[in-house]
Write a protein that binds this ligand. Structure first.
Ligand SMILES: [Zn+2]
Length: 382
């Protein structure tokens, strides 16, 4: 498989990137790869970086390709933040790195995966380097949409807009690359609504599928106020556990590394002069955990929305595929038990909860209000 084969379902979209690899005359020094979450924009950026370093335009097998994809190539810098914003100092460091010529490769490639997480001030710092890059330096920024980056930045970038891939293409990737059984691959690609990363996690991790099923079960379990409050608390707990599992080990490792860098022996007291550094690390880690938790909750709400969307499809008799094929019985049951107006009201409640979470409302409050709105209103229709 070449590096491009894994950029699923985007052949026309990535044409300009491939052309720039083949013909230096069509190279641009600043690119902005956009696309909805899970469309593979950061993968496309890496594939481009690999293809630029590879003798064969991205064979996927040579040392250049594999080290770029693994994030260890000396001339390719990958920046993926898990914080809410990219710090101005990080961008200054990137710029000084971007200024040096490539050490062995053909290009120095700077990939910023979350370019939408820069404040305006930080963007302005970056702008100078993008406007007048060194001759062998290429910037590749990624963001959900062009509107998510400062207009000054995007007006200087060539934009590559990815689309949501077809679930059929995502399923094929899971089968070909991950060896997933075709039927499970299709089910997971649909359930993930073509989000490649989510589809793969669902396909490979039965626990992730079970967690998702648990979230979807809420749609039928919430009957009264008591159920709603409990369901909200459960969701927050699942998100907390998930965040802890995802960050704990890494936090400890980072702490140990910092202690070594500062020359503090394990188990000994931290000299007061060095405490500020430790505090900074702890704050960063806390922010990262908060972001992870919010992402998990957002995913849970998106999953519930997909279920109500299926219910609406069943209620209106629209001739489109269900997202939750494995839950068809459950969907049909809800569709007969409730009216379309209820389904729309539930979708609204879920949308509001997403907005509240994004607006930093305490998660438990946002979810309680949501769960209360998911209670059935109309009497059972028969
Ligand atoms: Zn290669």
């Amino acid at each position: 498989m070449t590096v491009w084969d894994e950029v699923v379902g985007q052949s026309p979209q990535i044409g300009p990137l491939r052309a720039a690899v083949d013909d230096p005359g069509s190279m641009t020094h600043a690119w902005l790869v956009t696309g909805p979450p899970g469309s593979g924009r950061s993968y496309a950026a890496r594939a481009f970086a690999a293809a630029l370093q590879c003798d064969r335009g991205g064979c996927g097998e040579c040392r250049e390709c594999t080290t770029v994809l693994a994030g260890t190539h000396a001339d390719v810098t990958l920046v993926a933040t898990e914080k809410v914003t990219i710090a101005i100092q990080e961008v200054r460091d990137l710029i000084s790195r971007a200024a040096s010529a490539p050490s062995g490769g053909r290009w120095r490639v700077m990939v910023v995966e979350d370019a939408d997480r820069m404040t305006e001030r930080t963007s302005n710092v970056l702008l100078k380097s993008i406007e007048e890059p060194p001759p062998r330096t290429v910037w590749v920024l990624c963001a959900p949409s062009p509107q998510d980056v400062a207009v000054t930045i995007r007006s200087r970038c060539r934009i590559v807009g990815l689309r949501t891939p077809d679930p059929v293409d995502v399923a094929r990737l899971l089968v070909e690359r991950d060896g997933v059984e075709p039927e499970l691959a299709r089910e997971c690609a649909l359930a993930a609504q073509s989000h490649i990363g989510v589809a793969r996690r669902l396909a490979r991790d039965p626990a992730a599928r079970a967690r998702r099923d648990q979230v979807l079960a809420l749609a039928t379990e919430i009957r009264g106020v008591g159920d709603a409050v409990l369901a909200a608390a459960d969701l927050v707990e699942v998100a907390d556990d998930d965040a802890r599992a995802a960050t704990e080990e890494r936090d400890a490792l980072e702490r140990a590394q910092l202690m070594t860098t500062l020359g503090v022996e394990d188990g000994s007291r931290m000299p007061p002069a060095l405490r500020a550094q430790l505090r900074q690390l702890e704050e960063d880690q806390k922010r990262r955990a908060t972001r992870h938790k919010r992402d998990v909750l957002d995913r849970a709400i998106t999953d519930l929305m997909s279920l109500y969307r299926d219910v609406a499809v069943a209620q209106t008799g629209a001739a489109v595929d269900l997202v939750n094929v494995a839950h068809e019985g459950h969907v049909r049951e809800l569709a007969t038990r409730t009216a379309l107006a209820d389904t729309m009201r539930c979708l609204d409640a879920l949308g509001t909860a997403r907005e509240r979470l994004a607006g930093n409302v305490a998660p438990l409050l946002a979810l309680e209000a949501m769960a209360l709105d998911l209670r059935p209103r109309t009497a059972v229709r028969r």
